[in-house]
Structure formats: structure tokens, C-alpha cells
Design a protein around this ligand. Structure first.
Ligand code: IMP
Ligand code: MG
Length: 185
């Protein structure tokens, strides 16, 4: 796989973003919410770098599609969500691609009455946005390539890679071979 961001580059970018967040919320308490599953690696690093008193939670959002090709409604699993009413909230996700997931999740979260709500993403993919919106904190802008590692997956694999890699056609062919071998009973 082609490395797009090394472990060291990721560390530097996340440190920079954590510093910006610490400054932005100085002297306040933060409620930081990670979108499952892609944000788990970023969350683990980011929350230890932010110098603020904080509450930490996760959220699962699923987009249900019907028989049509239209975008399905985004459903939040609120059982997992901690109470955000009257709180300064930061929603964290792995990547801002078309933008629909983040923007629609923020809209749903506003219904729970936070005092403020901002967003932070590890990556923003150039030329892919379908929505006029800018996340408040972005660690890296990347070219329009499918990426894996540091939390991001392809068919739920590769999230554990400590670097960020672009998945190319040869990698996908190899992936299919590995999966076929692993699932033979
Ligand atoms: P959206 O298009 O901004 O709504 O992004 C939705 C989700 O697609 C992200 O949270 C990721 O889970 C996934 N995604 C988008 N681009 C990539 C990629 O390059 N690699 C892995 N997952 C991606
Ligand atoms: Mg994903």
C-alpha cells in the first residue's frame, strides 16, 4: 500500500489540532463525542493531547437506504449518547468526504440542546464535498483517493494500521484473496 501520511506525520497533525482545540475552549469543560467506528483511533490519541477537563462519549449513526438510490435517513443510536444538553460539545469523525454524515449528525445532535457544537475531523478529501460546510478543526487535507488506516477501513479491515495508506486496485485484488482464504471453513 502507498503511504499517504506516516505515523509521525499523523502524530504531528493530531497534536496541532489538539492544541487548537485546547485554546478554543480554554477555561471551559468539553464534551467530546466520537462517531463510531472510524474515529476510535483518532479519539484515543486526541483526548490524551487535549488539555481540558472533558467528558468523553461515542455515537453511532447509521444511514438506512430503502429500495431507491436516494440517501436514507440518518438514525442516531441515542442509547449510546451521553447527555449533551447545556454542554459545549465537539463531534469528532475520521473523514469529511461528501460531508453528509457529519452535517446530518450535527443537525440531529442540536435537537438535544447543547450550548455549542463544533466538529473536528482527521481528514478532509479535496473535491468531494456535496454540502456547503467547513468543519471547525481539520488535521489534514488529502487528495481524492480511498484511504485506510488510523481508524479508516475498507470492508472493516485495516483500521489498525498506524499510518494512512491509499488503497489502489492491486491492494483491493490482494484484499479479496486474503478475505477468501480467511473465510474458508
Ligand atoms: P461522508 O461522505 O462525508 O458522509 O463520509 C461518510 C463516511 O464514509 C466516513 O465517515 C467514512 O467512514 C467513510 N469514508 C469516506 N471516504 C473514505 C475513505 O477514503 N476511506 C475509508 N472510509 C471513507
Ligand atoms: Mg467507514
Amino acid at each position: 500500500m502507498k503511504t499517504l501520511l506516516s505515523k509521525e506525520e499523523l502524530h504531528d497533525g493530531v497534536t496541532r489540532m489538539a492544541d487548537e482545540i485546547s485554546k478554543c475552549y480554554e477555561n471551559r469543560q468539553l464534551t467530546i463525542v466520537g462517531l463510531l467506528t472510524g474515529s476510535v483511533v483518532l479519539m484515543a490519541d486526541l483526548i490524551r493531547m487535549i488539555d481540558l477537563p472533558m467528558r468523553v462519549g461515542v455515537l453511532q449513526a447509521s444511514s438506512y437506504r430503502g429500495a431507491t438510490t436516494t440517501r436514507g435517513e440518518l438514525v442516531i443510536n441515542s442509547e449510546l449518547m451521553l447527555d449533551i444538553s447545556g454542554r459545549d460539545v465537539l463531534l469528532v469523525d475520521d473523514i469529511f468526504d461528501t460531508g453528509h454524515t457529519l452535517v446530518r449528525t450535527l443537525e440531529k445532535m442540536r435537537d438535544f440542546g447543547p450550548t455549542s457544537i463544533k466538529s473536528a475531523v482527521l481528514l478532509r478529501k479535496n473535491g468531494r464535498q456535496e454540502i456547503e460546510f467547513t468543519p471547525d478543526f481539520v488535521a489534514f487535507d488529502i487528495p481524492d483517493e480511498f484511504v485506510v488506516g488510523y481508524g479508516l477501513d475498507y470492508e472493516d479491515m485495516y483500521r489498525n494500521l498506524p499510518f494512512l495508506a491509499a488503497l489502489e486496485p492491486a491492494d483491493i485484488a490482494r484484499h479479496k484473496e486474503v478475505m477468501a482464504a480467511a473465510t474458508q471453513l
